[in-house]
Design a protein around this ligand. Sequence first.
Ligand code: ADP
Length: 418
Amino acid sequence: MGQHLLLLIPSDSYRAADFLAAADAVGMDVVVACDQNQTLEHTVSGKLLTLNFLDLTRSTQRVLSFSEHYPIVAVVPTEDRATSLASVLSKALNLPHNTLAAVEAANNKKILRERLKQAGLPCPDFQVYSSALWPETIADGLDYPVVLKPTGLSGSQGVIRANGPDEFVAAFQRIKRLFDDPDIIRRKGEHPEEILVEQYIPGKEVALEGFLLKGALSCLALFDKPDPLEGPYFEETIYVTPSRIPHLLQQSITTTVAKSAEALGLTEGPIHAEIRIDQNTPYVIELAARSIGGRCASVLRFGTGFSLEEIIIRHALGKPLPSLEREKQAAGVMMIPIPQAGILKEIKGLPIAKQVTGINDIEITALVGQSLVPLPEGRHYLGFIFAKGKTPEFVESALRQAHQKLTFVIDPSHDIHP
Ligand code: ADP
């Protein structure tokens, strides 16, 4: 009975292939646990498991009995949605882990705000409202602009800026409608209820990819987000590292993120933070107990060529870690936004876009024939463009050039959110 690594991979994760490749590189036998029935589960015993990521007690019992036949020596969640189960499983199996309270705080925007405020860290003013309220009764008393967001979703889904009472009422109702989406109810296990309303923080935004070892934070990469993120919806596009902001400010960002992780009680493994910088003060907007989402991590290489996923798996296994220093050249990724709702008919220009100097790869993850839903209701991208080069400026320009060469033909007559 060999030792096994348990990967908790939600069925719609972009990250399965990268984590499986990393497990292979580390030389581990893998068990993949998914949150939806896998038809092949019974034909490949010891390789696949279906677990309800929300039913922590039953899923833990299931894994413990599974582990009697296929010993599990490490548990790695690939997405926010799997971090609570990973925490409980790791505790039951006596493996190093973040506490359940800490990962639940990271997964809930209201608790995150409360913890940052209690710790005296920069934090926008905020209020949480039940979605059952009439927004008209709140709208006139707010100090605009504000950002409304569901407390328990991610990927900017349902995050909307409002500049005045009318926009606030419309945004509130739009989020309320989103809460009835059966896919969201399935993912959350319940009908979401709460809407966080907070002060809009102006300024540049950066993302910090970090790693916690016994509570100490290492910054793996600080990404600039050169496209303005001013709303009303906050679609991610370009990430480029190393950051071009002044070194002292970078240090202050890392310190603030480290204190924020401490305030939540996070101590082990990857973290991903989104930070706004208003007048040189870093505000942590989001702090997730996972690594960077989508396929973005594939532009990161550490030490002698290790992927981020290999570092995460080695850490979970208690193996020695390679250098956490990123390779010297600049790197960037563009999450290709959905320009309009509809059915994706055709993708043009891919071979030419791939030839742009500096472009390493372009991966289109949307499928022809698929219904495309942009933010704030949607949560997927058309795909990812990856670039590397000498400077962040070069990388950013390569990403923009490649994107310009791509055309996505979309039939808008199938927009389900007119
Ligand atoms: P999610 O976890 O769903 O991605 P976030 O809270 O991180 O939600 O918000 C998504 C994006 O919305 C942020 O990266 C940021 O660009 C923008 N945003 C969210 N809250 C604020 C705020 N208070 N001020 C300014 N921008 C914000």
